[in-house]
Design a protein around this ligand. Structure first.
Ligand code: ZN
Length: 299
């Protein structure tokens, strides 16, 4: 069997202790699965057809600060007029956000329903990568959705300009959250998440693909705080209810029930916020937060 993250071959891989369905690679430390199939990505995976509930969209507005900060981060990574590709962009929210702020950006997503949704909103999102040279490719929580990250990542190289960079935001399979919460971990998300990187396994994959790691950002509140809060709630309540309400995606409960669950979720988060804050900062100190952002450049 071969590790799909670092390419290491071993006679036997051992099942991951805390992540069901995954094997642990002794070479890179990453967690991969041995399946070749994929779950079906329905349109509701990306966006519910109904309008978002008021409570959900009100909470969501708090998080608008993060795309703003990501846009600032991106600006520092590219030269003027260089093109950006958002790889695995889903319905194209980040594509839309960046285009409105004057960036030259395309989106790619292998899921036909994502491309359909995005094109309905007149966004340049495609089911195949446009034949261009990009100055930056971003992977906002998309690389964990493939069974073959090394292969798919290497396939992107021909679309990169000289000295181009990549930005990869991913869940951290070695996070404190993952170790404690296991299948309740918000980012566990089997069967949609097909691999779980660690900072080391992602760095190794990038070096193998011919990249130099520029930085690893462990302080990443835009993803890590919602992940920690939802993981905490998953111990007491239906899985990922608050996330479904705020993101208006993948709702398993009906409208009124979901809103009541949302109100209870907010109450619990406020009540336990001192505890959550302590866990958040300890996880950063130990370099084991729920998510990381890594930047690398083509050598
Ligand atoms: Zn490996």
């Amino acid at each position: 069997m071969t590790c799909s993250m670092c390419g290491d071959r071993a006679e036997k891989y051992f099942p991951a202790k805390h992540l069901e369905h995954f094997f642990h690679c002794q070479n890179c430390g990453g967690y991969f699965n041995a399946e070749t199939s994929y779950p079906k990505y329905e349109e509701t995976y990306f966006a519910e057809r109904a309008a978002p509930a008021f409570l959900g969209s009100a909470i969501g507005k708090i998080f608008l600060i993060f795309p703003f900060l990501y846009a600032l981060k991106i600006k520092k990574l590219i030269s003027k007029n260089s093109w950006i590709l958002d790889y695995g962009c889903g319905g194209g929210k980040m594509v839309s956000y960046l285009r409105k702020r004057g960036f030259c950006v395309d989106g790619f997503d292998p899921s036909p329903s994502a491309v359909f949704l995005a094109q309905k909103n007149n966004l340049p999102v495609y089911g195949a990568i446009p034949d261009k040279k990009y100055g930056l490719i971003t992977f906002w929580h998309s690389l964990e959705h493939t069974n073959q990250p090394l292969r798919d990542f290497e396939a992107c190289k021909k679309y990169l300009a000289k000295n181009a960079k990549v930005l990869i935001a991913i869940p951290n399979g070695d996070s404190i959250e993952a170790a404690i919460a296991r299948s309740r971990w918000f980012c566990y998300d089997w069967p949609y998440h097909r691999v779980h990187f660690t900072p080391e396994s992602l760095s190794m994959m990038l070096r193998r693909a011919g990249f130099r790691v520029v930085s690893i950002d462990y302080f990443n509140p835009g993803y890590s705080i919602p992940s920690l809060a939802q993981t905490f709630l998953n111990f007491f309540m239906p899985k990922n209810a608050l996330y479904s309400l705020v993101a208006n995606r993948r709702a398993e409960e009906g409208g009124t029930k979901l809103i009541l669950l949302g109100i209870l979720s907010v109450f619990l988060i406020v009540l336990f916020s001192p505890l959550l804050a302590v866990v958040f900062f300890i996880s950063i100190l130990l370099k084991r937060p729920g998510t990381i952002i890594l930047i690398a450049e083509l050598v």
